[in-house]
Ligand binder design. Structure first.
Ligand code: HPA
Length: 234
């Protein structure tokens, strides 16, 4: 047990998928894993461990935003020995070439700040994905026929943004989409020598202002879970 995770030693797999929403973790575990067992309920942040094609995997909520993800990822890595962490989540598109339901694989994650800022201070560390996971995920998306973009994303600290000029600069510099967790996941993976990737589905569009209807979100989310699992175990 840790402060935020009730699992006993050995109940967390080396490979962990991290959706933001704990109910999504439950849905993904019950839909894709064999014999899913609930291993965490602390604060309602559900985590499940089960088997996928003979591989042990945990699907655990991260909560929204980098401070929340940082708590769970730190404990999963440092206390439970997680070695591969794949965020599965949604993002807002920042380029016209990116459409709703497309997948974005975050090669890098820019930010204004992350919980690691205190360590890096004046250094602009470049958080990046694990290459093998990235390559495997791109191959898995291609095999599924899912439109997939690979490039930089923006990990923001705010959903309700009061700085549209920042979004404009991100768009101008080719950033594909915005979400709120990946940069700190990549920082932590670098610090602890583990693998990380963020696989994101486009749920809304910052330029066209379209948004995915809630019925469509489950299907997109399911595709993303499969891509994440295939990337982790390819
Ligand atoms: N902003 C930040 N995070 C997000 C968004 C967004 O527009 N869409 C999905 N996650």
């Amino acid at each position: 047990m840790t402060i935020h995770i009730g699992a006993r030693a050995g109940q967390i797999a080396e490979t962990v998928l991290l959706p933001g929403d704990p109910r999504r973790a439950e849905w993904a575990a019950r839909t894709f894993l064999e014999n899913p067992e609930c291993v965490n309920k602390v604060r309602g942040m559900l985590g499940f461990t089960g088997m996928w094609r003979g591989n042990r995997v945990t699907i655990h909520g991260s909560g929204m935003g980098m401070p929340s993800l940082s708590i769970y990822a730190n404990e999963l890595i440092r206390d439970y020995g997680a070695k591969t962490l794949v965020r599965i989540g949604s993002c807002g598109a920042m380029q016209r070439s990116v459409a709703l339901r497309d997948i974005i694989l975050a090669m890098t994650a820019s930010s204004l700040s992350t919980p690691s800022r205190g360590i890096f201070r004046e250094l602009n560390f470049a958080p990046c994905a694990d290459w093998t996971l990235l390559r495997n995920a791109a191959a898995a998306a291609e095999a599924k026929g899912t439109t997939c973009h690979v490039g930089g994303i923006y990990s923001s600290d705010v959903f309700y943004d009061e700085r549209p000029d920042l979004n404009e600069q991100m768009t101008r510099h080719g950033i594909l989409g915005v979400e709120m967790e990946a940069a700190e996941l990549y920082n932590l993976a670098a610090r602890h020598g583990v693998r990380a990737l963020a696989v994101l589905t486009v749920s809304d569009h910052l330029i066209t202002e379209e948004a995915l209807p809630s019925e469509d979100r489950e299907k997109s989310f399911g595709d993303m879970v499969e891509i994440a699992l295939e990337a982790a175990f390819a």
